[in-house]
Design a protein around this ligand. Structure first.
Ligand code: SAM
Length: 239
């Protein structure tokens, strides 16, 4: 946690917030905070700054908050991700939020097991929790939006083409002829397959919708590795 993300419900006055639970534990046991310390904070979908510890007990920390810095720019990327297995899902979600992706679409694919859609990690509460962890890691405040589409064909035929308008649209698929572009730095859409990959039928449908197949070389990467590698090729984080 490189800053604590504050939600509306944490504020007890316009410039005072109270932290409990995970964030309190982190402040006490990892940061070893004491009264008077300035801690990095950010308000969800708002500014970042610092919070002075003005009260600290076993059950809560009260911060006097001063927010005056913009969060980092969002990545102009829509990520269309075949629903990963639950064990990997949380990590991929957190990583996506840390990388600055704000528009995440969880889609179905032939090789997505039906049971993956039953995971409790898809509840609004757990999605927010994992996205928060990703934003706190990055020092960002803008909460990504997650959309869930459990049917591949209607989504790709009826919705995807309009979502790709004005964007460079890519589907990462090993063995395709075109290497993934580098330093694109313009609005893009990226489809990433499941553990077993997209089928050739699915790649064909994604191409029909407007995506171009791209590869990352001969090594097959896990989804959790492929996403950051793709993002760092497409967008220069140092700009
Ligand atoms: N056996 C599967 C295949 O050949 O498609 C491997 C799937 S890989 C574990 C999961 C996803 O990560 C792929 O569907 C693709 O989107 C992305 N990916 C991993 N390695 C890649 C590579 N070398 N080139 C392009 N995409 C890759």
């Amino acid at each position: 946690m490189n800053h604590a993300l504050l939600f509306d419900e944490d504020f007890v006055a316009p410039n005072r917030a109270v932290l409990r639970g995970r964030r309190l534990k982190h402040i006490r046991s990892v940061l070893g905070a004491s009264l008077g310390d300035q801690l990095p904070v950010g308000r969800v979908n708002g500014l970042m700054g610092s919070g002075e510890v003005i009260k600290l007990t076993d059950s809560e920390a009260e911060l006097l908050v001063n927010l005056d810095q913009q969060p980092p720019s969002p990545l102009p990327l829509s990520l269309f991700l075949a629903m990963p297995r639950p064990k990997m899902f949380r990590r991929i979600l957190q990583t996506s939020a840390t990388l600055g992706i704000k528009d995440i679409w969880l889609i179905n694919s032939y090789k997505v097991e039906k049971s993956f859609w039953q995971t409790p990690w898809l509840s609004d509460e757990h999605l927010q929790e994992n996205l928060t962890l990703g934003l706190e890691q990055a020092k960002d405040t803008n909460m990504p939006k997650v959309h869930i589409r459990k049917l591949f064909k209607p989504f790709v035929e009826d919705e995807l083409p309009s979502l790709l308008q004005g964007k460079v649209a890519l589907v990462a698929h090993p063995g395709t002829a075109t290497p993934c572009p580098t330093y694109l730095n313009k609005p893009a859409a990226l489809c990433v397959g499941p553990e077993g990959g997209f089928t050739s039928y699915e790649v064909g449908k994604l191409e029909e919708a407007g995506c171009q197949g791209v590869h990352l070389g001969p090594r097959i990467l896990r989804v959790e590795t492929a996403v950051p590698v793709l993002v760092s090729r497409l967008f220069d984080a140092c700009l």
